[in-house]
Design a protein around this ligand. Structure first.
Ligand code: SF4
Length: 378
């Protein structure tokens, strides 16, 4: 049963939990503790947009090299519009959720066509762009343009539910709406203080506090700048909040993939646009489903349309995507007539070409493995 919350009552209760007190504490903490990240050294909305999209579902440390390379190669909206699809996929390869990068290019085209190549400043205009939701639009408006637009992501949700003692599932409509209202009250309180960057810093302070201090496990409440006003801390409920639903059980999935080489070239294929990891390249593979114990020979015949002369186990790649724990067994397949592989199924590429193509991370690991083979280093 969702807990009914009145945001104004929450900020007023205890006679001290009020934004006028909390906001300066959060701003001062952010000034002294924020990590020095490249997207924090700019007010360029394009750069902030790129960082925000990359940071969705992805850790800061993982994003850093991707962000630097992207900004080096595609520093402007114009350069993103002109970039080839294979280039943007290669720059994104490894970050996953590739619809994000395709939406970015669509959004960039809209900015050029509808906004004369100027990043729009109005919240509604930004929200109307492909792939941009309420959180990202709020982040761009506040960080790049200093507007009092709230943000609410996983980190901010955790901080707000604990600070204000908000029970119930934060993903439920009513609770979520209350949390958005609390986030708005805080950022609007920052806007009335003296200083140009307050809205940007307040929103980033909430994100940063959630990332560094108010962490999901073992939060560092002892060093938290708002601990003496935090409801969860004072009531001993930190471990209970936020009341997120249980995660779906993990599911094991097993794939087999085949590395076929002929005269120094490897056979790879491109995934169709409409599937997961669409547009990316991969080694021919299939999922072994239904718990049936299908051997690699049967799988090879099904995937390649013909029987290889021999199969040798090469490596096993393990990785996790959302709730799936995936094991991919990779075999080297020898074929006396590789020409039997239909050209329409894929294409033959040198190792150098493979290194330039975008692969999902599991298949990229196979390319890296091939690059380390003695035959490719002589
Ligand atoms: Fe989070 Fe602890 Fe700070 Fe409360 S006191 S906001 S639970 S870190």
């Amino acid at each position: 049963m969702a807990q009914v919350v009145n945001p104004m009552r929450l900020v007023q209760k205890r006679g001290g939990l009020n934004p006028a007190e909390l906001v300066p504490l959060l701003l001062a903490w952010f000034r002294g503790n924020a990590r020095d990240l490249p997207w924090r050294r700019t007010a360029d909305p394009y750069a902030i947009w790129v960082s925000e999209i990359m940071l969705q579902q992805t850790q800061v440390q993982t994003v850093l090299p991707y962000y630097r390379k992207w900004m080096e190669e595609l520093p402007t909206i114009g350069s993103l519009v002109k970039a080839r699809s294979s280039r943007i996929h290669t720059l994104w390869a490894g970050l996953g959720y590739y619809t994000r990068v395709r939406n970015m290019q669509r959004a960039a085209r809209e900015i050029v066509e509808k906004h004369k190549s100027e990043f729009p400043e109005r919240f509604d205009d930004i929200l109307a762009l492909p792939g941009i939701g309420r959180y990202t639009a709020g982040a761009i408006c506040s960080i790049a343009f200093g507007q009092p637009t709230p943000i609410l992501d996983g980190n901010v949700t955790r901080v707000l539910t604990r600070l204000f003692g908000v029970g119930g599932n934060p993903r439920e409509k009513k609770i979520s709406a209350d949390l958005w209202r609390l986030a708005r009250i805080l950022v609007e309180s920052a806007a009335v203080l003296k200083g140009r960057s307050n809205c940007s810093h307040l929103n980033q302070a909430l994100m940063e506090l959630g990332a560094l201090v108010c962490t999901p496990r073992q939060p560092k409440c002892g060093t938290c700048p708002v601990n003496f006003r935090c409801t969860a801390y004072l009531e001993g409920r930190v471990g209970e909040l936020p009341e997120l639903p249980r995660r779906a059980k993990t599911t094991e999935r097993r794939f087999v993939a085949f590395v076929i080489e002929s005269n120094g070239r490897y056979f790879v294929r491109q995934r169709p646009n409409e599937v997961v990891n669409g547009h990316l390249w991969e080694f021919p593979n299939c999922e072994l489903s239904d718990g049936r114990d299908v051997g690699p020979c049967v799988a090879a015949r099904a995937v390649l349309g013909c029987q290889p002369n021999s199969l040798a186990a090469a490596l096993t790649v393990k990785h996790t995507i959302t709730r799936y724990r995936i094991t991919m067994e990779v075999y080297r397949a020898r074929m006396t007539s590789p020409g039997r592989l239909r050209q329409s199924m894929g294409r033959w590429c040198s190792l150098e070409q493979l290194n330039r193509l975008p692969f999902p991370s599991a298949h990229r690991r196979v390319v890296n493995w091939l690059s380390r083979m003695p035959e490719n280093n002589s």
